[in-house]
Ligand binder design. Structure first.
Ligand code: SF4
Length: 194
């Protein structure tokens, strides 16, 4: 698929996302966020859901977590414009509560379509929930799900369908800044895919 074809499909998909009312998160959101970045990217980041600022401004990673994310990318030598970023769940979770299984299941259909269109070399789920959902859906070895997030964080998980490289969600560093040096080292490993 060439870039023009990808853009057309992504625009159609984004229109569906913006008006989606498939789950009750549509009632409390201001915006359903669509993915952003290079549609020919080799790396696709998948965060959990928009935060408060993202929900208001209708843009990915513009809140406090976004500042941490930008800092991690800078230190890892990765240009934000060269990657694609999206969320597992496109609408904000009220008060940052945990996602429900049916919300993940319903909204992940959009993520699946984004993956089909972008066709990234590697999918980078950020944090526990995105990692768990993506491995459960796409990885041929679901036994990985029995492993702790820490034991697969920063490890490339091959599958005959897909490559998954889980990383720490930037928001974790807001609560534990001491994680930063180790997290930067793991983000730096992404350069091998560029
Ligand atoms: S979270 Fe996803 S499925 Fe639910 S309303 Fe928003 S876009 Fe639709």
């Amino acid at each position: 698929m060439n870039t023009k074809e990808k853009r057309k499909l992504l625009d159609e998909l984004n229109n569906q996302i913006r008006t989606c009312e498939r789950c009750t998160l549509s009632v409390t959101r201001k915006h359903a966020l669509t993915g952003e970045g290079d549609i020919d990217a080799l790396i696709m980041f998948v965060a959990l859901s928009p935060g408060e600022k993202e929900n208001i401004q209708n843009k990915m990673f513009v809140g406090p977590s976004g500042q941490v994310f930008n800092n991690l990318l800078n230190k890892a030598g990765i240009d934000r414009e060269s990657v694609f970023m999206t969320n597992l769940i496109k609408c904000m979770l009220p008060k940052n509560r945990k996602p429900k299984a049916d919300e993940i299941e319903t909204c992940m259909q959009f993520l699946g379509e984004e993956i089909s269109i972008i066709q990234p070399e590697v999918i980078v789920p950020l944090g526990y929930y995105a990692t768990r959902a993506i491995i459960a859906k796409y990885h041929t070895r679901p036994s990985i799900l029995s492993m702790s997030f820490n034991s697969i964080n920063g490890r490339l998980l091959y599958s005959d369908k897909i490559k998954v490289f889980p990383l720490t969600h930037p928001s974790a560093l807001l609560y534990n800044p001491s994680f930063e040096p180790d997290t930067v080292i793991k983000y730096m490993k992404l350069k091998r895919f560029l």
